[in-house]
Design a protein around this ligand. Structure first.
Ligand SMILES: Cc1cc2nc3c(=O)[nH]c(=O)nc-3n(C[C@H](O)[C@H](O)[C@H](O)COP(=O)(O)OP(=O)(O)OC[C@H]3O[C@@H](n4cnc5c(N)ncnc54)[C@H](O)[C@@H]3O)c2cc1C
Length: 441
C-alpha cells in the first residue's frame, strides 16, 4: 500500500510515477539523481508479463536508451537493417535498407517488450545507479490525480502527495483527465484490429533447417511485411527478437471482417482458428505457424487526437497517456523514451519544487509538437503511403538527438518565461522541420 511522508526543506524531490510500463520505467531510470526520490505505482503485480508484440527501436529510440546507459545486449536486441515487402502469396513487392538522410545505413533494434521493461526496471532499481534506486509499488491502482497539488488517489483509499507526478499509465490513462481537464475525444478505433503473438524461431525451420524465403536473414535481418493484394486490407508483420530466439508476428485485419467484436484491451485473448480463417490465402508456412501457438492476443488499434497539453501544475503525461498512436510507424515506444529522456535532462538539477511547473511547461513545448506530428503521421501511414514518402518521414523522426537538440542553447533562461519568446525556435528544433512540413508532404 502506498505510504505518504511529510517533506522537509532538505528532502529530495518526491517524484510519483503512475504506471510501470515502458514509459514509466524509462522515466524512473532517466530521472535517477541524488536529489530525487522516485516511486513508481503500478496497478499490476510483478508477475504480469508482456505477451507478444515486440517493438522496433529506431535510431531516435536507440539514442534514448543509450543515454539511459543501456546497451543492445541489455535488451536482447536484434539488429535490423531494412524491410522487405511481399504479397500475401509471398511474391516480392519492394524493400529497402534503412538509410539516414545522408544516405548511410542505419540499424533498428528489434526488442521484446518484456526485455525492454526488464532492462529499464533493473536500471531504475539497481543499487549502483545515481541517487537512490526507485521504489516500485505493485498492486497500486491510481484512480485520480490533482495536477496542481500533486495528490495521487488510489483505489484502496490511500493518497500520496508528490512534488512531481508523471502520468505514464498508458492509453487508458486515469491521469490524463487531470492534465487535460477540458473534454477531449477518447482514443478512437482506427478500423483495424491486430492479432499478435511470438513463437520460437526454430519452429519456422523445415526439417532440413531451411527457412521460408521471406524469412531468409542470411544477408542480414529485415522486417518482413506480407500485404494482401486482393483489396482485403489484411497485412502481417514478422520480425525476430530476443537475440533471434523468438519471432514476433502481428497480423492486422479490418474490424468489419472479424467474427467477434474486439475490445479496447491489449491483453484480450483472440481465437487461433478465427485467425487461421481470416488469413486464408497467405503462405502455407504462415498458416501452419498460426496453428503452433496456443495463445494469441487480439486488440483493436486505437489512437487519439493530439492532446491540447501534456502538463499542468506539477503533473505531466508521457508515453501512450500523452500521445496514443497506431503502430504504423513503430514510434509509440520511441516517443515514450524521448519523453522520459527529456524529463531526465530538464529536471536533473532541479531541487526546488516550485520550479517544477515552469520546467514542465518548457518540456511540453519541446515534446508536444513533435509527438503530435508523429501521432498524425502514423495515422497517415496506415493508409499505405508511397514507400519513398514513408521512408522520408521515418528519416526525419530518426534525426532527433534528445531534448537539448529541441531547445535553444540557453533553455534554462526560459524556465517559467513567456511561451511566445521561444515558441517558434522550439517547434522548429523539436520537429527538425517546420510544423506540418512532413505530414502535408
Ligand atoms: C502491436 C503493437 C506494436 C507496436 N510496435 C511498436 C514499435 O515497433 N515501435 C514503437 O516504438 N512502438 C510500438 N508500439 C507502441 C508501444 O508499444 C507503446 O507506445 C508503448 O508500449 C507505450 O508505453 P506506455 O508505458 O506509455 O504504456 P503501457 O505499455 O500501456 O504501460 C502503462 C502501464 O501503466 C499501468 N497502469 C495503467 N493504468 C494504471 C493505473 N490506473 N494505476 C497504476 N498503473 C496503471 C499499466 O498496467 C502498464 O503497466 C506498438 C504497439 C502495439 C500495440
Amino acid at each position: 500500500m502506498p505510504s505518504n511522508t511529510e517533506p522537509t526543506s532538505d528532502d529530495p524531490l518526491r517524484i510519483t510515477i503512475v504506471g510501470g510500463g515502458i514509459a514509466g520505467l524509462a522515466a524512473a531510470t532517466a530521472l535517477r539523481s541524488p536529489s530525487h526520490l522516485i516511486t513508481v505505482h503500478e496497478r499490476n503485480g510483478p508477475d504480469v508479463l508482456e505477451f507478444g508484440a515486440a517493438v522496433a527501436l529506431g535510431p531516435n529510440g536507440i539514442k534514448m536508451v543509450r543515454s539511459m546507459g543501456l546497451t543492445r545486449d541489455d535488451v536482447n536486441g536484434v539488429l535490423c537493417g531494412g524491410y522487405k515487402a511481399f504479397s500475401h502469396q509471398g511474391k516480392p513487392l519492394h524493400g529497402r535498407p534503412w538509410v539516414s538522410e545522408s544516405g548511410s545505413p542505419v540499424d533498428w533494434w528489434l526488442v521484446h517488450r518484456q526485455d525492454l521493461k526488464d532492462a529499464l526496471l533493473r536500471s531504475a532499481t539497481s543499487p549502483s545507479g545515481s541517487g537512490s534506486p526507485a521504489t516500485i509499488v505493485y498492486g497500486a491502482r491510481v484512480i485520480d490525480v490533482d495536477a496542481h497539488s500533486g495528490k495521487v488517489m488510489f483505489a484502496d483509499g490511500a493518497v500520496v502527495e508528490a512534488d512531481l507526478v508523471i502520468g505514464a499509465d498508458g492509453i487508458h490513462s486515469e491521469a490524463r483527465a487531470a492534465v487535460v481537464q477540458d473534454p477531449h475525444p477518447a482514443p478512437l478505433p482506427s478500423g483495424h484490429s491486430m492479432y499478435r503473438f511470438v513463437l520460437p524461431f526454430k519452429l519456422f525451420q523445415d526439417d532440413a533447417g531451411g527457412l521460408p524465403e521471406q524469412l531468409d536473414y542470411s544477408n542480414g535481418v529485415h522486417l518482413t511485411l506480407l500485404v494482401a493484394q486482393d483489396g482485403t486490407d489484411r497485412n502481417v508483420v514478422i520480425y525476430p527478437c530476443r537475440s533471434m530466439k523468438l519471432l514476433n508476428i502481428a497480423c492486422a485485419v479490418p474490424d468489419k471482417k472479424l467474427k467477434h467484436e474486439t475490445t479496447y484491451s491489449w491483453t484480450a485473448a483472440g481465437i487461433v482458428d478465427d485467425m487461421v480463417d481470416l488469413f486464408q490465402g497467405f503462405p502455407e508456412w504462415l498458416l501452419n505457424a498460426f496453428q503452433k501457438t496456443n495463445e494469441v492476443k487480439l486488440f483493436q488499434l486505437r489512437d487519439q487526437e493530439p492532446l491540447p497539453r501534456y502538463a499542468r501544475g506539477r503533473t505531466c503525461l508521457i508515453g501512450d497517456a500523452a500521445h496514443a498512436m497506431v503502430p504504423y510507424q513503430g514510434q509509440g515506444v520511441n516517443q515514450a523514451l524521448e519523453d522520459a529522456e527529456g524529463l531526465g535532462v530538464l529536471l536533473k538539477n532541479v531541487k526546488d519544487k516550485d520550479e517544477i511547473p515552469g520546467v514542465l511547461e518548457l518540456w511540453e513545448r519541446a515534446r508536444k509538437p513533435r509527438a503530435s506530428e508523429i501521432q498524425l503521421g502514423s495515422r497517415l501511414a496506415q493508409q499505405r503511403l508511397a514507400p519513398e514518402t514513408f521512408a522520408r518521414m521515418m528519416r526525419i523522426h530518426w534525426r532527433y538527438e534528445g531534448i537539448r537538440s529541441a531547445l535553444p542553447d540557453n533553455w534554462e533562461r526560459h524556465v517559467g518565461r513567456d511561451e511566445k519568446e521561444m515558441e517558434g525556435d522550439v517547434e522548429k528544433a523539436a520537429l527538425g522541420f517546420e510544423r506540418n512540413g512532413c505530414v502535408e508532404a
